[in-house]
Design a protein around this ligand. Structure first.
Ligand SMILES: Cc1cc2nc3c(=O)[nH]c(=O)nc-3n(C[C@H](O)[C@H](O)[C@H](O)COP(=O)(O)OP(=O)(O)OC[C@H]3O[C@@H](n4cnc5c(N)ncnc54)[C@H](O)[C@@H]3O)c2cc1C
Length: 394
């Protein structure tokens, strides 16, 4: 990545706090529209939530349940775009959804859901299929046979979450003189002065900088950070930890991702990657520093039990585990809704007219999150804005 120096006292059009996927999208969108922009991150870029996801670009088949059709449509379009833009890091593959007599909904309901998924992709997703019980053995020979009725096959993508973000940041820094980014640089104070903000940073760079506008793209860190900076802000986040296991490649005999619906109404993905299998995730309330989120013994046992229940042909135990990781979902609170039921749509807040906070959303929809934020800032400042298209991200 191109290294560019930043001097204390420098002024930017926009400063972005947070170098995860949301910050990366913003950096690209703002610099390609001609504005001088700086992105800072307390840690390394793409090292927090954005590299601890379930590594899927997806429409989110389970959000159909909450009738979030706009989100599913938007996410499906974004998924399709990124499989074309970064085929090295995002691969479209079939996902297998086994349906049991004991599943939450009747067989026809899943068929209808998959029809709807195709429709919401504007039929660009690849047509889903319904297969019989004996056919599913080709895809997952060790799957539970008891009460198995068949399966749905639909298309989503498996991705390298860290590398897509790095790709976007590199595109911005390498192609635009007016884009700068600093890692291991934390915002420690902020002052609003008439029509600009003044910030101080610490870490590897102790700087005092000004900007016309500032955006917090700090994911699950947002509530705590804004309080620490004395920005007028009431907690808006419903933090939820999700943990994953990496299993040895031979722990299960599967060719494609399998989507299992657990007894407690959670959806667990079992996804073969090139040299290992990813199993996740859990969804538990979290408080504390998201950078320090870790899997618990209980979560390990839960994930192993689920895998053993749905794949009785193989015995998975702790010796099958290569590694594990946890991330914290930056969900936005909704009155009366629990973690698993909260919408994944993003929200933009403005504690001051030049201070913007983007939270919620999903990895898959980061480009849309960035565009919505940039459009707001540009329209407020009467700057002209051109939406980035396919070729801008290549
Ligand atoms: C378990 C789990 C599974 C998921 N699976 C998927 C999936 O399969 N597909 C999907 O689309 N989405 C998924 N998501 C959602 C997705 O990962 C997140 O929505 C997305 O990564 C959030 O990105 P972000 O840039 O907003 O946050 P982050 O990646 O957390 O970035 C915020 C950045 O802010 C920085 N920061 C914090 N404090 C400061 C400070 N004081 N100064 C400077 N910088 C600071 C942090 O270091 C961090 O890098 C999943 C999330 C989780 C937790």
């Amino acid at each position: 990545m191109v290294e560019k120096e930043v001097k204390s006292g420098e002024h930017f059009d926009v400063i972005i706090v947070g170098g995860g996927i949301t910050g990366a999208g913003l950096l690209k969108d703002i610099c390609s529209n001609g504005k001088k922009v700086l992105m800072i991150d307390k840690h390394e870029f793409m090292s927090q939530t954005s590299s601890r996801s379930s590594k899927m670009l997806h429409g989110g088949i389970r959000y159909l349940e909450s009738l979030d059709f706009n989100l599913v449509n938007e996410a499906l379009q974004e998924k399709i775009l990124w499989t074309k833009l970064t085929p090295k890091y995002a691969k479209r593959i079939p996902f297998i959804l086994p349906i049991f007599k004991t599943s939450k909904y009747p067989f026809w309901f899943y068929q209808l859901g998959l029809e709807l998924y195709d429709f919401l992709s504007e039929y660009k997703n690849g047509q889903h299929q319904i297969i019989r019980q004996d056919e599913i053995l080709y895809y997952a020979p060790d799957i539970l046979q008891l009460n198995l009725k068949g399966a749905g096959i639909y298309f989503d993508a498996v991705m390298n979450d860290k590398m897509i973000g790095i790709h976007v940041i590199k595109r911005a820094l390498n192609n635009y003189q007016n884009a700068v980014a600093l890692e291991k640089t934390s915002i420690t104070s902020i002052k609003n002065e008439n029509d600009q903000v003044r910030i101080k940073t610490a870490g590897e760079n102790n700087l005092e900088l000004t900007a016309s506008d500032i955006v917090f793209a700090t994911g699950p860190f947002t509530d705590q950070l804004l309080k620490d900076l004395n920005i007028p802000w009431e907690d808006k986040m419903l933090l939820s930890r999700g943990s994953h296991l990496w299993l040895k490649k031979d722990a299960l005999n599967i060719k494609y991702p399998i989507v299992i619906q657990s007894y407690d109404d959670r959806v667990i993905f079992v996804i073969p990657h090139s040299d290992r299998i990813l199993v996740g995730t859990t969804e538990l309330p979290y408080s504390g520093d998201p950078a320090k989120a870790e899997i618990t013994e209980e979560e390990i046992n839960y994930l192993i039990d689920e895998v053993n229940f749905f794949f009785p042909g193989k015995k998975v135990d702790k010796t099958s585990i290569i590694d594990s990781y946890s991330g914290v979902r930056p969900l936005v609170k909704e009155e009366g809704k629990k973690h698993g039921k909260v919408s994944r749509t993003h929200k933009l807040f403005h504690p001051y007219q030049n201070t913007h906070v983007i939270i919620g959303g999903k990895y898959t929809t980061f480009r849309v999150m960035a565009q919505d934020t940039t459009k707001h800032i540009f329209s407020k400042n009467k700057w002209s804005y051109r939406e980035n298209g396919f070729f801008d991200y290549l």
